[in-house]
Design a protein around this ligand. Structure first.
Ligand code: FES
Length: 168
């Protein structure tokens, strides 16, 4: 039996309209989700991208006028961001002006990490833990330390007038 020419076929335009509407709805939903998720995902992953130091690594020690040719121990604190973990780190350096240049040495003993002390009258650094000694430039005088004290980059910030060390 063949269909009569007068029998209307099922309206293909209704199905096509429904499919088009569903497709459009899915597209609008996907775009809306993307608008919400992409910035959120970026903010969530940003700490992983900028791991390490929170700043460019320069940390202020205070006004440069506080310092001179005598070695002076200065504690300082800076924030470190590792992934999602943010922590405050404390360090200490000895800074002084050597002619026209600034110099800075870490006070962390290279043996096992105790804080060395500057003995101005002896012109050397002494470690109270196991007796290591370093001369005024940080070179080893007496073991058990087997490396010189770490030298840090230091600069005078002309805009702020602060002395700054580069945290390593
Ligand atoms: S930690 Fe300084 S000598 Fe051992």
């Amino acid at each position: 039996m063949s269909e009569s020419p007068e029998t209307p076929s099922p309206a293909p335009t209704t199905d096509a309209t429904r499919r088009r509407f569903l497709g459009l709805s899915a597209l609008v939903s996907a775009l809306t989700s993307a608008l919400v998720l992409v910035p959120g995902l970026g903010a969530f992953l940003a700490p992983l991208i900028k791991q390490g130091k929170e700043t460019d690594g320069w940390v202020s020690l205070g006004k440069a006028t506080r310092f001179g040719s005598e070695r002076k121990a200065v504690p300082f604190t800076f924030a470190r961001q590792d992934g999602w973990y943010r922590s405050l780190q404390s360090r200490q350096v000895v800074v002084w002006k050597d002619g026209d240049e600034w110099a800075a040495l870490s006070t962390r003993c290279t043996h096992l990490g105790c804080a060395v002390q500057w003995k101005a009258e002896e012109r050397k650094f002494h470690c109270p833990c196991h007796g290591a000694e370093f001369d005024q430039t940080g070179a080893i005088v007496l073991p058990p330390a087997d490396r010189p004290l770490e030298r840090l980059q230091v600069r005078e910030n002309k805009q702020t007038g602060n002395l700054e060390v580069k945290e390593s």
